[in-house]
Design a protein around this ligand. Structure first.
Ligand code: BGC
Length: 731
């Protein structure tokens, strides 16, 4: 210990030294330490530091130091950066602070901290782009803005599958298919971490609803878990190599996720070969010994179990030093591998214009055209003289998703937890800018007759409809709230040239769908949402996005027609600790098993409103010449042609039907390619299929297995438009 002023509780170094390191100034002295040699591997460097550490220093790395607003302020709270948590640095070893921020679709709490962040379209929106490059741009932007704001770790990377579409966090995730979600998240993480921030993937695992999330036991069979929910994580970890995994609040098959040995060790370490550290969701740690044995490395946001209790357990031998060292090694490895040791944080100014440009571009690629009767879209500026813009706040802004993902609008803190936040991107102004010669009028829709009358005297009516969702809540059903179904029906009755633009966090039902001419799914579209939507509506951008989740006809068609909610008395810490040991208090049984999303509707023969993978364009595409070659690692080749008159990008989707008797749903996504095509142009597409995507998880043998038999490869523009088909025998 060199400098000692105010003593940091439970810390082996002084507050002043911490502060100096925090500002990057200790890096000079630390540069001479042998592990500060970037030519060595992260594992070698971690092993060298570990040998030098005292027990107190080790413990220091394994817990957080509080979060603003989470219980009483901690004595060292001033060392934080305004984010969700931080781990102290160790100056004498040259280890930096880990400053963490939520950053699902942008860096959280920026205005609150006197800063600024870009809001990207929601994660679900970005999944609709089916575009790995867009996912990379998304991650890189967040990585840059995190560092500019003084953070070196993201808490983003939500990858839970949409098993329960009413889940209030669906907008933070990447849809219902593991290959799509995992691939996009992996690309996002890779590019985010390349900015030298610790990348994260969460919430591991099967945290598929918010209702009773801290008490619920997700019951699911191993095969369904491995082929579904966990496959998304497996792919994300393989492609993105994140330095951190956040375990979730819920229990899985009886054990809380942050003390679940099957999840944290057998699967994550032994099968996925994950090398970084596991941190608990905030308050998701329930024990010291059980959690440590199971594989939890870091408790957040405090040290209830991983502070004095952990030290005591090690000193008394209940937790072997070797086990503690493994946790520390994971932390150190993550720090070195992500580059945060070699590249200390330097605060800077966010590139505002560049961020807005990226946000708009991703929004344009994520906006799904769902219905376009008689080519009502794109709007023809030369023919349209009057436009009605209808919808709550459609003059002011667009909806964003709430909870810890919430990004602050420029210069304005988001307000209280779960306030509804409208981003200042005005659909009315964006439409006016596109059609300067037309009369553009606005009605909020509060008065339905007035809105219908405006629609009647306009050439076209644009209704901007919203559905607000957030962490910490689920939707009671998938209907649009606040009487918007009735508003849309009335407007459509007054003017059949009605186009509905949806700002939603998940699927919605559309009882009015047959009465309107157009439907555009804009999701939560981010800082530049209105410009992106206007570019699509007026044809400056040809839509190319496809649904990353099924839109069902009604809640009655879902695997659980009613949301499973905790029974009375089943919520809260007291209920969980009733027996003296943490136990979940109620269960949700995922007996839909392998049948997640489209696999459910396929297997159950239930017609849907809009299928997975569906989305229209202003041009048309033709598919031909399917050839599947190559045995166990097949290559799928086919031709896509732009048969219309506009340039566009088509997401060409590849599915496989597994051999009869495999016990699998009728088909699964195994690959895709997004192809850019000029009018009349054809391209040959070639996609090699990862054999794992054709395999089943064999529970008896604890491994993936490619079953011998006939595999039908299906290719086309949506999960329900698969015109090309070829069956191949795999032995
Ligand atoms: C959320 C996490 C988040 C954490 C820190 C928790 O309530 O579930 O996703 O990262 O808070 O804000």
């Amino acid at each position: 210990m060199t400098v000692c002023g105010a003593v940091v509780a439970a810390s082996g170094c002084s507050a002043l030294a911490q502060h100096v390191l925090h500002n990057g100034k200790a890096a000079v002295a630390a540069a001479s330490l042998p592990w500060q040699n970037p030519a060595l591997s992260a594992d070698e460097r971690a092993a060298m530091v570990l040998k030098e550490m005292t027990l107190d220093e080790k413990i220091e790395l394994l817990h957080g130091n509080g979060m603003p607003g989470w219980g009483a302020p901690q004595p060292n709270a001033y060392l934080g950066n305004g984010g969700a948590g931080f781990v102290l640095g160790i100056p004498r070893l040259g280890l930096p602070f880990i400053q963490m921020s939520d950053a699902a679709y942008g860096v959280r709490s920026s205005a609150e901290n006197g800063r600024y962040s870009t809001a990207l379209p929601s994660n679900l929106a970005s999944a609709a782009s089916w575009d790995p490059q867009a996912a990379c741009d998304y991650g890189a932007l967040i990585g840059r803005e995190l560092r500019a704001q003084g953070y070196n770790m993201t808490l983003g990377g939500g990858t839970n599958l949409t098993r329960e579409p009413r889940n209030g966090r669906t907008f933070e995730y990447l849809g219902e298919d593991p290959v799509l979600a995992g691939t996009l998240d992996g690309n996002r993480i890779k590019c985010e971490q390349a900015q030298h921030v610790v990348g994260d993937i969460k919430h591991y695992a099967v945290n598929d609803q918010e209702s009773g999330r801290n008490e619920v036991n997700s019951i699911i069979d191993k095969r369904a878990m491995r082929e579904g929910d966990l496959l998304a994580f497996e792919i994300g970890i393989k492609l993105g190599d994140p330095a951190a995994v956040m375990c979730s609040y819920n229990a899985v098959n009886g054990d809380f996720a942050c003390e679940n040995r099957y999840l944290l060790t057998e699967v994550l370490r032994d099968d996925f070969h994950f090398k970084g550290f596991v941190l608990s969701d905030w308050g998701g740690t329930h024990s010291t010994v059980k959690a440590s044995h199971a594989g939890l490395d870091n408790e957040e946001p405090l040290d209830d179990f991983y502070g004095a209790k952990l030290k005591e357990a090690v000193q008394s031998g209940v937790i072997p030093m070797a086990e503690l060292d493994e946790h520390v090694r994971h932390m150190l490895r993550g720090e070195f591998a992500s580059g945060i040791v070699d590249d200390p944080i330097k605060k800077s100014v966010v590139d505002v214009e560049g961020g807005l440009e990226t946000s708009r571009r991703i929004a344009e690629r994520s906006t799904v055209l769902l219905k376009n009767t008689h080519a009502v879209l794109p709007l023809d500026r030369t023919q349209i003289h009057s436009i009605a813009v209808i919808g709550a706040n459609a003059d002011m802004g667009m909806m964003s998703g709430g909870g810890s993902a919430q990004v602050d609008p420029p210069g304005r803190p988001a307000g209280k937890w779960q306030d509804h936040v409208w981003f200042p991107t005005s659909p009315l102004k964006a439409v006016e800018a596109k059609a300067p010669g037309a009369q553009v009028s606005f009605a909020s829709g509060k008065n339905v007759e007035e809105a219908a009358a405006l629609a009647k005297r306009s050439d076209v009516a644009l209704v901007f409809a919203y559905q607000w969702t957030s962490e910490g809540m689920d939707l009671p059903n998938l209907s649009l709230p606040d009487g918007q179904d009735a508003l849309i029906a009335a407007v459509a009755k007054a003017n059949p040239k009605t186009i509905v633009v949806l700002e939603t966090g998940t699927a919605v039902t559309m009882p009015w769908v047959d009465q309107v001419s157009g439907v555009v799914e804009a999701w939560y579209a981010g800082s530049k949402g209105a410009d992106a939507v206007a570019n699509v509506l007026f044809g400056d951008v040809n839509p190319s996005a496809k649904l990353p989740m099924t839109f069902p006809r009604s809640d009655a068609d879902l695997p659980h027609p009613s949301l499973v909610v905790p029974p009375p008395g089943a919520q809260g810490k007291e209920a969980v600790m009733r027996t003296g040991e943490a136990k979940p208090t109620f269960s949700v049984k995922y007996d839909d098993g392998l049948k997640v999303g489209y696999k459910w509707y396929d297997a159950e023969n239930k017609p849907v409103l809009f299928p997975f993978g569906y989305g229209l364009s202003y041009t048309t595409y033709g598919y031909s010449d399917l050839r599947v070659t190559g045995g166990h690692e097949p290559t799928v080749r086919f031709t896509v042609k732009n048969t219309g008159s506009r340039a566009g990008a088509e997401v060409a989707e590849i599915y496989a039907a597994l051999p009869a008797g495999s016990g699998e749903p009728p088909k699964r996504l195994v690959g895709w390619s997004k192809v850019q095509l000029n009018p009349g142009e054809s391209k040959e597409v070639s996609v090699s299929i990862d054999p794992k995507y054709l395999s089943i998880y064999d529970v008896a043998q604890n491994g993936w297995k490619l079953l011998p038999g006939g595999y039908t490869i299906l290719v086309g523009g949506s999960s329900e438009a698969l015109d090309l088909k070829q069956t191949v025998q795999l032995q």
